[in-house]
Structures are given as C-alpha cells and as structure tokens.
Design a protein around this ligand. Sequence first.
Ligand SMILES: C[S@@+](CC[C@H](N)C(=O)[O-])C[C@H]1O[C@@H](n2cnc3c(N)ncnc32)[C@H](O)[C@@H]1O
Length: 244
Amino acid sequence: MFRSETALWLGVISVLPEMFDALAAQGVTGRAVQTGRVILHRFNPRDFVVDGYRRIDDRPYGGGPGMVMMAEPLQAAIRAAKTQAALDGWHEVPVLCMSPQGRVLKQADVQAMARQQAFIVLCGRYEGIDERLLAKEVDAEWSIGDYVVSGGELPAMVLLDALIRLQDQVLGDADSADQDSFSHGLLDCPHYTRPPDWEGLDVPEVLRSGDHAAIARWRFEQQCERTRQRRPDLWDEWRKMTGR
Ligand SMILES: C[S@@+](CC[C@H](N)C(=O)[O-])C[C@H]1O[C@@H](n2cnc3c(N)ncnc32)[C@H](O)[C@@H]1O
C-alpha cells in the first residue's frame, strides 16, 4: 500500500453514517480526527442508488425472514471510497467487513493492522450482505465477538477505536496503550487513585512507597496473578511464549 502522509485514512460504508459522529467528535478518537491524525470519510450506499426510493435491500432468495443488503449499491460505495482514497494519496486500500462470521478480533490483530495506514470498513445491516459482494469486494471479515448486534456500525467503531489509539501521538505518555491488557499478553494490573482510604478500603502500601522498582515488581506480579485467575487461556499462552 502506498501512502502520501502519516495520517490514518478510514472510509466507512454505512446506511447510518451519523452513528460515526460519536467516534469523530468524542474523546481520544474525536481528538485524533479533529487534529487530522485520522482522516474519516463516510459513504452511504443509499447515495449510490439510482431509483427514487434509495433502496439498498431486498428479500432473500429462498424465502425466510428479514432483508438482505444488495450487492450493487455496496459495490458503488466501495468504488467511491477507493476513488476518494486514491485522490487523498492512498492506493490498494483493503476492504474489511464487520461480521459475526468473521475472525474474532484480538489485540494482536489490531497491532498487526495498525502497521497499515488505510482501510475501508463495510457495515452490514438486516440479515446481512449478498454473499457475492463479499466474495468479490471484501478482503477480510472481522467479528467483535460471538454475539450478534443489529448492525456493523458499533463493531466498526470498536475496531476503529482500537486502531486509532495505537497510532503515534494519539495517546499521551500518561495513557500509553503499551500498559494496557493484552498488549504484552497479560491483563493490566489494578489501579488506584485518591483518596487513600475510601469506605474502609485502602490503597496497597507499596503504591505509596515511592519505590519505583518495588512498584514495578508489584504491578507485574498483579498482572500475572490476575491473568492466571481470570484468563487461564491467556496465562497458558503467555507462559508458553515466554518460557516462564
Ligand atoms: C443482525 S446482523 C446479521 C447477522 C447474520 N444474519 C448472522 O447471523 O451472521 C447485521 C450486521 O451486523 C453486523 N454484526 C453483528 N454482529 C456482529 C459481530 N459480532 N461482529 C461484527 N459485526 C457484527 C454485521 O455487519 C452484520 O452484517
């Protein structure tokens, strides 16, 4: 993939593009968009339909409940997104589709994706998308977990938030993603802030000791213990990976 600058370029394809206002306007992701660190374009498949009804769905062949998103308007929206990407200086941009049938997203996948600088993300609705569109236009399908939500917009925002926060200069040192759960295979340690005594519960003494080596040791032990107790699957993987 060729890129003309260091921003992350995102094109989302959705029949509810306003849902991405939350991503574009609020918090860490909002700041990244507003400062130009992230370029976010939205494409509504309805804008690419020629009939007067702006219809993007139809009944499923074979019968059954619900409607299916039609291939044609989605393909036109993907082409428009690719054209926009090329105008902005990005070429060969992968098309990702959010789907409960996709590979379940892990932090390691997000870390790998964060090395690329442009994505088109397709959001399904209704019963899903005509399979032929997926076969012809989509490079990868991603799921946010083994449950079904009503549309691909929230899953897309989950993926995009996870990607955006890994971009350089998006998080300050204070909230570096490097300390987060999963970034090195373990869960994060517990955190405390003022007051030192709250409803009879105090803060572990070591965190108030000023002894940085002891604090780092305690935090690491807590990470290990939490992971072992809460996520034995991750703990086994981490032990294999590190030989501990
Ligand atoms: C109601 S769902 C369709 C579910 C589909 N009939 C199935 O059972 O696989 C509508 C859209 O929501 C999105 N979606 C729902 N759950 C998801 C998940 N766990 N991960 C990613 N996308 C999801 C997808 O874009 C999907 O096309």
